[in-house]
Design a protein around this ligand. Structure first.
Ligand code: GDP
Ligand code: GDP
Length: 438
């Protein structure tokens, strides 16, 4: 069972972000008025009575033209509501009803979702009376609160909990997840488009007016009876380039996505090629010990000859030899070309990541490897590698015992890893070795 989702809708400045930040008790919603930074929607999770609740905040693009504005607000609200189990409409208790409030109220009513109307900015008891001005919106229950001071937050969460039927929900929301798949990459590489293609519906946010960045969200997906969670992330930027808070928070979230996933898809823009920043993203995935699949997107934009794909793989791998050990796929999120290969490959990589090799098989392998190339003597010492065993999986760690573990040269360690990869299938998997004394 997936985590229940609450969408907070409301026109700008009613206090949605303030509410969001208070409920999540962390800076998740990014309150920033700079153009181009405000985003469509921000996601976050909290716990209420021991159960997880996911919130969507429909944030703030503000067109000047009132008609465009109302259309945009309604569009955003619709998108948020299509994902939500409960919709919270927020209005400003210090102001009269506006046309945007009405447009939104109508959208909420028509959505058929369970809903609540919050009259915000009721900073004291006297102001609670304001709720009576909002009955004409036709949404009940109506509840006052102050997002700023936190007044009545508990009542609101309780009402949301009742609407969500939280008491009857299983606590182990993630119990039956078979694969957590992160989709990461530079801004504009096509992450949202890929999520849409995988979900085969346009439920996400690509709207013509607003910016299309989103923050990390978990989207459940069924694939041949298996439960996949797509962890979709806003762009990961190079750390040193970060000057703004917003980028900092996006990066932190990308790193969290990497840590949370089993397998990461790192998207590369086919036209731009494999760059420094892509390399740094890949490095982070490998360092975190996660399964990795390189996905070259926008392949539809490339003029192709018979060998273009093989040649491009070759070029990427020459640029970054580490990628010899990881699959590279070529897709178009736009035309959905070869998108269906992605989950298949991700599951193969995940199986590789989890596999456990028996100590017997490993030592047969070791014998062969040492026969193929003996360990060179170092500083007059004869080095004997005695045995290998796998200590853990996902990522696999191999403890390798030797009489002088510190003297084994790096090139020989690399040779052993390459041999191991030849004998066993660890495609897509970062492997770790620990050299120990015996
Ligand atoms: P959003 O555009 O709906 O996300 O609104 P914000 O959360 O950015 O809030 C808009 C303004 O209203 C900010 O200046 C907040 O400090 C203020 N505000 C939010 N909640 C309250 C509240 O409960 N009481 C008062 N007095 N001000 C609030
Ligand atoms: P994100 O920032 O990584 O989420 O990227 P988006 O999914 O928002 O895509 C950025 C832009 O690239 C949009 O204009 C998409 O329409 C476009 N795009 C995404 N995937 C493809 C693709 O496979 N082919 C082409 N031609 N354009 C694409």
């Amino acid at each position: 069972m997936s985590i229940p989702v609450v969408a907070i809708v409301g026109r700008p400045n009613v206090g949605k972000s303030t509410f969001f930040n208070r409920v999540l008790r962390q800076r998740k919603a990014i309150v920033d008025s700079q153009e181009g930074i405000t985003r469509d929607r921000v996601y976050g999770e909290t716990e209420w009575e021991g159960k997880r609740i996911s919130f969507i905040d429909t944030g703030g693009f503000i067109p000047e033209d009132m008609d465009v504005f109302n259309a945009a607000v309604r569009e955003q609200a619709k998108l948020a509501m299509s994902e939500a189990d409960v919709v919270v409409l927020m209005v400003d208790g210090r102001e009269n009803i506006t046309s945007s409030d009405q447009v939104l109220a109508q959208a909420v009513r028509e959505s058929g979702n369970p809903h609540i109307l919050i009259v915000n900015k009721c900073d004291n008891m006297k102001q609670d009376q304001q709720i009576h001005n909002f009955y004409e919106l036709g949404i009940e229950p109506i509840m006052p609160m102050s997002a700023l001071t936190g007044r009545l937050t508990g009542d609101i969460l309780e009402a949301i909990g009742i609407k969500l039927n939280l008491k009857d929900r299983k606590i182990e929301a993630n119990e039956s997840t078979d694969l957590q798949l992160a989709i990461i990459g530079m801004p504009n590489v096509g992450k949202s488009s890929l999520v849409n293609a995988l979900l085969r519906k346009e439920q996400t946010i690509v709207t013509p007016i607003a910016g299309t960045t989103r923050d990390s969200i978990d989207t459940p997906l069924k694939w041949y009876g298996k439960n996949v969670i797509l962890i979709d992330t806003a762009g990961l930027r190079k750390k040193s380039k970060i000057t703004e808070d917003v980028e900092y928070y996006s990066t932190v979230r990308a790193i969290r996505s990497i840590n949370q996933c089993d397998v990461a898809l790192v998207l590369i823009d086919a036209e731009k090629g494999f760059g420094k920043q892509d390399r740094s993203i890949v490095d982070q995935v490998i360092k975190a010990g996660k399964g990795l699949v390189i996905v070259v997107n926008k392949w539809d934009l490339i003029e192709k000859e018979t060998n273009t794909m093989a040649e491009t793989s070759e070029t990427i791998r020459n640029q970054f030899p580490k990628l010899n050990d990881f699959p590279i796929l070529f897709i178009s999120a736009l035309t959905k070309q070869r998108v269906s290969n992605i989950l298949k490959e991700a599951f193969v990589v995940y199986e590789n990541l989890k596999q456990v090799i028996s100590t017997n098989a490993l030592n047969t392998f070791l014998e062969q490897a040492v026969k193929t190339r003996s360990v060179p003597a170092e500083r007059g010492k004869v080095i004997r590698i005695k045995f290998i065993k796998q200590v853990s999986s996902a990522p696999p760690l191999f403890a390798t015992y030797a009489n002088y573990p510190k003297l084994i040269p790096t090139h020989y360690k690399r040779f052993l890893e390459n041999q191991l990869r030849k004998v066993f299938n660890f495609n897509g998997v970062p492997i770790r070795f620990s050299y120990r004394k015996s």
